[in-house]
Design a protein around this ligand. Structure first.
Ligand SMILES: Cc1cc2nc3c(=O)[nH]c(=O)nc-3n(C[C@H](O)[C@H](O)[C@H](O)COP(=O)(O)O)c2cc1C
Length: 406
């Protein structure tokens, strides 16, 4: 059964809104908001200050973190996703989609969306349009699960692919959760890099503003990065430089395809999700940040070291500061943030933007609630990964509706 602890369920024409356009989509302020804006100037809340991320003029720094929701039946995004994402969109706000598969070998969960067929690309268009109509920006998180899969998700029932043939440990209640992976040959790797490139091209075709390469949480790219998983002896394994090669080849291919100013990457060097840990995460973090600078991509999105155990915040000897200092583009931090420590992180320059997961899932109007200092809806983890198109998905109340019920 999917749990929050898993953060994912268990395995069983580029369009920039001009300021004028954004204004046009700006909703009229309710009297209570006007009063609030008068008493508490927006500029005094660091998370709600504007930020220029490349060519994207963000009106605030509260980002929707990527979150898998398992409601894309048959791997095709559904109309209810247009409502879900548009509910969380705001003029000048930045959203990242749920992890979206790049090919038929990239899948490891049921009902996750893809972006490698014409049908999937067409299905994404109204979702992206709905966000743009509200003046928001949206990037597609492109994803390959690697060994976090099972042959039932793979073409012709084949073994999942990875940098290694080391299997994942199955959960006690599901011994067949993961099929032992097949180690990619060095000659096959360019095909997978090309799948990322094509997915990015498809994302542009669907109207996305850019893509976030999913290099985090134990999936394919992270499997290459981490020395406890990557046991290769060729140019893709061994040294730090070799282990980072696949990730950087993907970054280069995607940036060449759609433009470096539309590319972000998500990394979790300090995490050990999906049994993907590194023995020297700080060195990996800084090496990746420095290497990424050469490609001048838009942003680097990093999961906080404290999110090591997925569900709970744990003490960690590490911080993102060395990585933040090493990276020259926009820095996004995420994992366990509240309004208070998000504000502190921005005020102290520890990050440019903060991505919120669970709080944004449960509070479609999260930036507005921060501005109004309003209470937050609690999230219901039992519906994170259910497939209902409404319940636990688009039925979390907005501030206005909460107020009217009280
Ligand atoms: C339901 C759910 C689904 C998630 N799916 C993804 C995903 O598709 N891609 C990803 O990079 N992270 C995913 N995550 C991790 C979140 O992006 C985020 O890092 C995590 O929730 C911690 O941040 P938070 O404390 O603000 O919730 C998911 C988390 C949750 C709760």
């Amino acid at each position: 059964m999917p749990t929050e602890d898993a953060l994912y369920p268990s395995s069983s024409t580029f369009k920039l809104f001009s300021q004028q356009e954004s204004q046009r989509h700006k909703p009229t302020m309710a009297p209570s908001e006007i009063q609030n804006a008068e008493t508490k100037p927006k500029q005094s809340i660091p998370l709600l200050t504007p930020y220029k991320m490349g060519k994207f003029d963000l009106s605030h720094r509260v980002v929707l973190a990527p979150m898998t929701r398992l409601r894309s039946y048959g791997y095709v995004p559904q109309p209810h996703a247009a409502l879900y994402y548009s509910q969380r969109a705001s003029p000048g706000g930045f959203l990242i989609t749920e992890a979206t598969t790049i090919s038929d070998t990239a899948q490891g969960y049921k009902d996750t969306p893809g972006i490698w067929t014409k049908e999937q690309v067409e299905a994404w268009k109204p979702i992206v349009d709905a966000v743009h109509t509200k003046g928001g920006f949206i990037f597609c998180q492109i994803w390959h699960v690697g060994r976090v899969s099972n042959r039932s998700y793979q073409p012709n029932g084949q073994a999942p692919i990875s940098c290694t043939d080391k299997p994942l440990t199955p959960p006690a209640n599901d011994e067949d959760a993961f099929t032992p992976p097949r180690r990619l040959t060095a000659e096959e790797i360019p095909t997978v890099v090309n799948d990322f490139r094509l997915a990015a091209r498809n994302a542009m075709e669907a109207g996305f503003d850019g893509v976030e390469i999913h290099g985090a949480q134990g999936y394919l790219i992270d499997q290459f990065l981490k020395d406890t998983v990557n046991d290769r002896t060729d140019e893709y394994g061994g040294s730090l430089e070799n282990r980072c090669r696949f990730a950087l080849e993907v970054v280069e291919a995607v940036a060449n395809e759609i433009g470096k100013d539309r590319v972000g990457i998500r990394l979790s060097p300090f995490a050990d999700y999906n049994e993907s840990a590194d023995t020297n995460p700080q060195a990996l973090a800084v090496h990746m940040a420095e290497s990424l600078n050469k490609y001048e991509i838009l942003y680097c999105h990093v999961v906080e070291p404290r999110m090591k155990t997925m569900a709970d915040i744990a003490e960690s000897p590490h911080t993102l500061t060395p990585m933040r200092k090493a990276f020259t583009g926009t820095f996004i931090a995420s994992g366990g943030f509240t309004k208070e420590d998000g504000n502190a992180a921005v005020a102290e320059g520890r990050t440019d933007l903060v991505a919120f997961g669970r709080w944004f899932l449960a509070n479609p109007d999260l930036p507005k609630r921060f501005e109004a200092d309003a209470p937050l809806n609690k999230y219901d983890r039992s519906t994170f990964y259910t497939s209902d198109p409404v319940v636990g998905y688009t039925d979390y109340p907005f501030l206005d509706s909460t107020a009217s019920k009280e």
